[in-house]
Write a protein that binds this ligand. Structure first.
Ligand code: BDR
Ligand code: CA
Length: 304
């Protein structure tokens, strides 16, 4: 099984991505680290713990990460995910507590101790990852790849040009893209098209306990509408790992705008090579929607 660390800010779409990872036969979730994003750090951590209780996976350690972006002031996304970050389902309170180590130290330890190089699945703002790479650059040699949901080669969902996970902490994303690591960017070009439609959500509801939970969260989620399709962004990062054939992927150079007064947090996906830089990322630029829908339903079916 491929060892992974999930860095997350649950978040309704995070919850489903975590479900898919925990029940995949191909992935081994070694650690979950939390970050301030969709809601504040106390809530994202509580949500991660509630999810592990729900999934009966309380053996997976949770470490608490950054409570705000590196430099900029923090903007949450509770207008999309609700006040708690996972509005719509009545989860049991967790019994597990976070480990004592903070997210950065825990990531370092898990990466350095692992026999097989670790894949980091980043589905929140990239603050923890940036701190990890700056404080402990030695981890790079045992990181296989960072698969991140975030960025866009087209338009944004936080600002005109910025996607939320990059837009909320652009400096952190900049550090990642300039780290020299293998990076897969699964951004809005596919996130806007990875949709759950009413007929899917109905099928999902009756699949199992996870499906029913997902359906309840969907009802409250403001990431689109049931009729035009719900955008379940974070699962697209898991699809990259588990079903990459769903995507059209290009190797290219990606940079992050930091200075623009209206475009900070925009990812420049240099498909035409204007910037004359070597490739630093594999970018998913298109998706087979039908295949994604099938893959998503099959993945939820594997859960409890
Ligand atoms: C990303 O932002 C968050 O709101 C979602 O959880 C996802 O990670 C989409 O832009
Ligand atoms: Ca997220």
């Amino acid at each position: 099984k491929r060892p992974i660390i999930i860095d997350t800010d649950p978040g309704i779409d995070d919850a489903l991505a975590i479900a898919i990872a925990l029940y995949s036969n191909e992935l081994d979730v070694k650690l979950i680290t939390t970050v301030a994003g969709n809601v504040g750090i106390d809530k994202t951590t509580y949500n991660a713990l509630r999810l592990l209780k729900f999934f009966q996976k309380e053996n997976v350690p949770v470490a608490v990460g950054a409570d705000r972006p590196l430099i900029r002031s923090y903007e949450d996304a509770s207008s999309v995910h609700g006040k708690s970050g996972m509005e719509g389902y009545d989860f049991e309170p967790p019994t597990q507590i976070p480990i004592e180590e903070n997210a950065v130290n825990a990531m370092r330890r898990v990466i350095m101790e692992s026999k097989e190089a670790i894949t980091i699945v980043a589905i929140g703002p990239l603050t923890n990852i940036a701190l990890l790479l700056k404080i402990y650059p030695e981890v790079k040699k045992n990181i296989k790849e960072v698969v991140m949901m975030g960025g866009s080669a087209s338009r944004g969902n936080m600002g005109v040009m910025s996607e939320y996970n990059v837009g909320v902490d652009p400096e952190a994303a900049y550090i990642l893209f300039h780290s020299g690591l293998e990076i897969a960017m699964v951004g809005l070009d596919v996130g806007f098209k990875a949709l759950v439609f009413p007929e899917d959500s109905e099928a999902i509801r009756t699949m199992n306990k996870t499906g029913e939970m997902a359906y309840c969260l969907f009802k409250k989620y403001r990431g689109g509408s049931f009729n035009t399709g719900l955008k379940i962004y974070d699962s697209t990062a898991l699809a990259y790992l588990l079903a990459p054939q769903i995507y059209e992927i290009v190797e290219t150079y990606v940079d992050v705008e930091l200075a623009g007064s209206m475009t900070a947090g925009c990812t420049l996906v240099d498909l035409k090579g204007y910037l004359k830089q070597p490739h630093n990322a594999k970018v998913c630029i298109d998706i087979n929607q039908e295949k994604f829908r099938e893959w998503f339903k099959e993945s939820i079916r594997k859960c409890i």
